[in-house]
Every structure is written in C-alpha cells, then in structure tokens.
Design a protein around this ligand. Structure first.
Ligand SMILES: [Zn+2]
Length: 211
C-alpha cells in the first residue's frame, strides 16, 4: 500500500481542507488563504478535547494498537479453547490484517507452532514474500528468542506486545534481540499494550490447570 494510504489510515491527512471551494471563487487569493487557515484552526480546536480520535473520527496510533491487540487476544482465546497455553498474534500491514495465529504446539506436535510463527507464516503467504517490510506484529505475550528470530528474518518493522514474559521474553525482559545493533535488522518495540488482559488470560489458564 502507498505511503498516502498509510497516512490516511492514521488520519493525519484528512484535516487539511481543499484550498478552494466553489463559494470562494470570487474571493481574492489573500482572503482565500485566510479562510483556509481559519478552517484549519477551527478543526484543530475541535479535535483538542478528543484524545482518542481526531476530527475525521479516525483512531490515533495508540487506539489502533489497542484495537489490533484485541484481535491478538481473540486468537489467544482460541488457543485456550483448544487446551493450549493462551497466546495469540496478528500481523498488520498498512492497517490491513494479513496474518493471524494462536499457539498450537500440542495440536500440531510442533515446537515451532507459537502464535507469532503461525501468524508470520500466514502473513508471508498473503503477500507472497517471506520479507514483510513495513509490517507490524502484535502478540499478547512478549516473543521468545525463536519468534524474535523469525521477526528479524521477516524484516518486520514493529513489534507490539502485551504481557512481559520473565521466563522466555527476548524483546525486553531477558534479551533485547529486536534492537541489537550487531544484528542486520532492528525492530521498533512497544511493550505493555493491554498487558493486564493479556497476562490475566495466562494466569487464569495456569490456575485452572493446577486446580
Ligand atoms: Zn515464541
């Protein structure tokens, strides 16, 4: 998708009014500029009290991250329904969902079937390329070393995760594989998006298992 579409999905372009409208045709150039400047000021003032949306009603980047994490949480619940540790992930490119997956290591007898790997595989199939330049991965739990390796190989641009993982987290907690300057690719990382919900799924799952 083009850069313009990307901007539009974040909603930054839509606040700029068209420089001329039919009713302004008779005005002088200066009046027209004043009018469009006033229009911009009015719209900026309108957007100020609404931190979650801009004037066009388009989500801010932060709200968009939370929405995408909601999709990853749906996937995590699917893993739980299948008796697997509830971890979910989705891959988004230019605001479009291109891959989703949940942990399926037991069902597939496959130690690599982590949610992130499943989602990355589907995303690569969707775009017909193992390189997912510009893509964003949303995972309910901090990715492990294997999944960070896959993220780096896929050239993913950004990883957003929910709950930190003190036993395997390789994006922040135990290692910082995604922003290690010695490696040939670095990934922007955002931690802690909807972390309470993401972590609760896990702790409830393990509590039920113990009881
Ligand atoms: Zn993993």
């Amino acid at each position: 998708m083009t850069q313009e579409n990307r901007s539009r999905s974040r909603g930054y372009r839509d606040v700029v009014p068209s420089p001329t409208t039919p009713s302004e045709d008779y005005e002088s150039e200066g009046q027209r500029l004043d009018a469009s400047r006033r229009a911009i000021e009015d719209r900026v003032a309108m957007s100020a009290p609404m931190p979650m949306t801009n004037v066009a009603g388009v989500e801010t980047a932060e709200a968009e991250d939370e929405r995408c994490m909601g999709l990853a949480l749906e996937e995590a619940r699917r893993a739980e329904a299948g008796g697997e540790v509830p971890v979910g992930a989705v891959v988004v490119l230019d605001g479009r969902l291109i891959g989703r997956g949940h942990n399926r290591v037991i069902a597939t007898a496959d130690p690599t079937a982590h949610a992130e790997i499943v989602a990355l595989r589907e995303a690569a199939k969707t775009v017909g390329n193992y390189r997912l330049a510009g893509a964003e991965l949303f995972a309910t739990v901090e990715p492990c070393p294997m999944c960070c390796g896959a993220v780096l190989n896929a050239r993913v641009a950004r990883v957003v995760f929910g709950a930190a993982d003190p036993k395997a987290g390789a994006a922040r907690t135990l290692y910082r594989l995604l922003d290690d300057a010695r490696l040939n690719h670095q990934v922007a990382v955002v931690a802690g998006v909807r972390s309470v919900e993401c972590g609760a799924l896990l702790s409830e799952f393990f509590q039920k298992k113990r009881s």
